[in-house]
Design a protein around this ligand. Structure first.
Ligand code: SF4
Length: 296
């Protein structure tokens, strides 16, 4: 079995930055908080917890600071409340997400109805929505566009990890309903690159393995994309979830990973597959994707 590793996989710069800021904070304080897990990776969250970073669900659970804001960002009123309570905030919101928040605010101030393409309950979307000062809607598919937008001036923004195809289909539908459409491309280039690479790799292998947290939106999206082209796609959080049956008869296996998956975890999955530690069958050949210059 050949094992191919996607060149663009794992931590993105936004996640790296959030981790660095959290670690720096923990070097200054014995204890800090994050509103929800800092990143969608259980192993990393566990490690940070051991260092003193406590993920909490609600502001009421925090009596003192500092509070690290995740790369997804937070709702505007949450930041305001923290400020009012005099709690130190370490803002690790990804600059890409910050830009979308700013655009939501500016567009609504200019009188646009703000429509966000994305997952309604996702923290990033909730945060972006909170910056819009007028009418808003979150739409996850073309069929979900509310009648409310008909005849209005609408500004469209996207959750950074959305797929361009989905955004395109929503825009086509919306075009016939509104008087003016202001579209901002707020898709994250890092995510797009990973999605393209995953698609390319999935078309070259007999099965795909996507490594990443089950709560991670961008990892789930990678799984969806790979499954479209390669139904034999396995979503795992770590090497212990690898099963021999899944790989039976496969000659080539591809590996990719979400933006919150640490390199050591990707490496562990890669090594486990290559050495056959989970099934006793050693891979015949190792291909290090394009990471060392070798082409599949
Ligand atoms: S996926 Fe993109 S937008 Fe999200 S944290 Fe990473 S760099 Fe930022």
């Amino acid at each position: 079995m050949e094992v191919l590793l996607a060149k663009e996989a794992g931590f993105c710069f936004g996640v790296r930055r959030a981790l660095k800021l959290a670690e720096r904070t923990l070097a200054r304080y014995p204890r800090a908080f994050s509103l929800g897990p800092l990143i969608h990776n259980p192993q990393v969250v566990k490690r940070l917890k051991a260092m003193g970073l406590e993920p909490v669900r609600d502001l009421s659970e925090i009596s003192e600071g500092p509070v690290v804001i995740r790369s997804h960002g937070a709702r505007k009123e949450v930041l305001k409340q923290l400020q009012e309570r005099g709690i130190e905030v370490v803002d690790a919101t990804c600059p890409n997400v910050k830009r979308v928040q700013r655009l939501a605010q500016t567009a609504s101030r200019r009188g646009y109805f703000v429509m966000i393409v994305g997952e309604r309950d996702h923290a990033e979307v909730q945060g972006i929505m909170s910056y819009a000062e007028g009418e808003t809607a979150v739409v996850d598919s073309a069929g979900e566009i509310p009648e409310l937008v008909r005849g209005k001036r609408v500004a469209v923004l996207c959750q950074t990890t959305q797929e361009p195809e989905k955004v395109g289909s929503i825009l086509r539908e919306l075009f016939g309903m509104v008087t003016e459409m202001l579209v901002y491309n707020t898709l994250c280039e890092v995510t797009l690159q990973r999605q393209r690479e995953a698609l390319r790799l999935a078309s070259q292998v007999d099965c795909m393995v996507v490594v990443g947290g089950r709560e991670s939106a961008n990892t789930r999206r990678l799984v969806e994309i790979c499954r479209r082209i390669q139904p034999r796609t396995l979503h795992i959080e770590g090497p212990e979830e690898l099963r021999e049956e899944f790989f039976r008869g496969a000659k080539r296996v591809g590996i990719t990973a979400g933006a919150s998956t640490p390199p050591e975890l990707i490496e562990a999955v890669y090594r486990t597959l290559v050495t056959g530690d989970f099934c006793g069958i050693k891979s015949q050949r190792i291909i290090w994707g394009e990471r060392d210059g070798s082409k599949p």
